[in-house]
Design a protein around this ligand. Structure first.
Ligand code: FES
Length: 165
């Protein structure tokens, strides 16, 4: 006659409740942890972004000479590496470029074609078309850039290239 091993004892109601409670606690704990991590991680990444080395820029594409923004507004702002640059269309074939950062308190300047002046709206700073500070609080002239016109590709309009001086 073979002996049957004793069956595992049935968990008591209290043990079963403990197991369910433990599982529920574990589940809630990991959910809360995941929620906190999903909130904290983006904030930390925003506050300390990775260092991205930017390639040095010596020239940027200024677009076609008949760019509607240049024709309508008389100017446009380009990104020259980290620097904003203002590209101005003074007359047909006469383009100029300067640092767009006001030398007073770093506002971005604009061109006023009706007055043929570069203007800083922050404190009414005024520069002439050579970039010289001629009115208001700016203490120094704007840094000039060269503007070259190159033939457009495929028979298109000529293109502007802004070059560091
Ligand atoms: S920031 Fe341009 S005039 Fe003050």
């Amino acid at each position: 006659m073979t002996e049957v091993p004793p069956a595992a004892p049935e968990p008591t109601t209290r043990e079963a409740a403990t197991t369910r409670r433990g599982l529920l606690s574990w589940f809630l704990g990991t959910s809360v942890g995941a929620l906190v991590a999903s909130i904290v991680y983006p904030v930390v990444r925003f506050l300390s972004p990775p260092e991205i080395a930017e390639a040095p820029t010596h020239q940027v594409d200024g677009g076609p000479v008949n760019d509607p923004e240049l024709l309508d507004e008389g100017f446009k702002i380009l990104r020259f590496g980290q620097e904003p640059v203002i590209l101005i269309r003074v007359d047909e074939g006469d383009f100029r470029a300067f640092s767009a950062t006001c030398t007073h308190l770093d506002c971005i300047v604009a061109y006023r074609p009706e007055k043929r002046l570069i203007w800083c709206y922050c404190h009414n700073g005024i520069y002439d078309l050579a970039g010289r500070n001629i009115g208001g609080p700016p203490p120094r002239p704007l840094t000039p850039y060269e503007v070259h016109t190159v033939p457009g590709s495929g028979g298109g309009p000529d293109e502007l290239v802004v070059v560091e001086t």
